[in-house]
Design a protein around this ligand. Sequence first.
Ligand SMILES: Cc1ncc(COP(=O)(O)O)c(C=O)c1O
Length: 432
Amino acid sequence: MSGNKSKTLFERAKKVLPGGVNSPVRAFEPYPFFVDHAQGSKLYSADDAQYVDYCMAYGALLLGHAQPDIMDAVKAQLPKGSLYGAPTEREVEFAELISTFSPCMEMLRLVNSGTEATMHAIRTARGYTGRKKIVKFEGCFHGSHDSVLVKAGSGATTFSAPNSLGIPEETTQNTIVVPYNSVEALEAVMKRQGNEVAAVIVEPVLANVGLILPTDDYLNYMRKVTSQYDTVLIFDEIITGFRLALGGAQEYYGVKPDLATLGKVMGGGFPLAAFGGKREIMENISPVGKVYQAGTFSGNPVSATAGYTILKLLNQKKAEIYPKLEKNCAELTKALVDIVQSYDLQAQVYNIASMYQIFFTNEEVRDYACAKHSDPKMFDAYFNELLKQGVFIPPSQFETCFVSTAHCDEDLKQTITAFDKALNKAREKQTK
Ligand SMILES: Cc1ncc(COP(=O)(O)O)c(C=O)c1O
């Protein structure tokens, strides 16, 4: 378990890194374990503890840690150089592959993070439409740039800063926020201001306030209403891309946005993301158009090699990989539901493909407001006991758990036993 070395490292870290971490979601009480190395389904701490990992770098590692084919491909690339500042054939074949899999991606740009991808997708939509306003949904997290840090999920909600300080209100005045899963709320906004809205940006499956699934036809409605007002529909598929299916939520739900952002899984564990979509929109980007977007490290050969390798693998083995992920995730969630019932807990469990989460509330969770009713004390008790049992999940109710292909039957067995102990601890905190 977390021991002296992690504690000492955290004390040192706090002196040079705000909160001792390089991303707020990594901090938890009393101190996070520090990682020494990782392999497959496991993280190994600086204190020699071993954890079955369901955080999987916040969903980035669909094939687990240090996947051998990806590591070998990167090792083969390194002696040839890590950055050129000039284009490569690898970027072209990688982009061709992405556009084959992702239904809306006629053209795309490679970038380094999800934040960059959504920032540039929004700018592109604004440049294309000549409009300023965007619509986002409560609890959706689209990275940490100014126009989307409004009622944002993930660490922004965990650390009570869904609206960040330091962002001029002139910027967020152009961001209209509506509750997720409400056709009425979106309809009302579009009726009033649809002609001024450049883009509607959404996580097709909300994975940054726990896990919330779209209600029937919600995404279809979004497609219909955005088309009606010539508003660009952006699916932020940083989490769902290559996870719900090879073609992401677009393929899973059969809804094609105008633009999409991809990240996490597509980098095979390396910094990589993309935004893209309709040719007519993407051709507005510099140097062919007047929407400026650039990046020194964009499409670098190391990340592009890792990304190309994972996408080739996913394509070759998709018939095996996706059903197995779904089956293992369903097994974990069934166990959670059974234990919840046997302990008579007030809790809801949701899952889709290889993602799951539990909320400690007795009501159905369909939006941000419902998610915030979840009991934080019960979640903390559940999280801490899981950790004690050697199972690591994201340390917040406002995140999602991820199953990878590296999780084996033995991992699942250990996890289910740990669920039982952890939910028993949560029960002790239940007030009614
Ligand atoms: C849906 C979504 N969009 C964008 C981002 C930002 O991605 P990054 O952390 O790579 O900047 C995240 C990060 O978790 C995300 O979940």
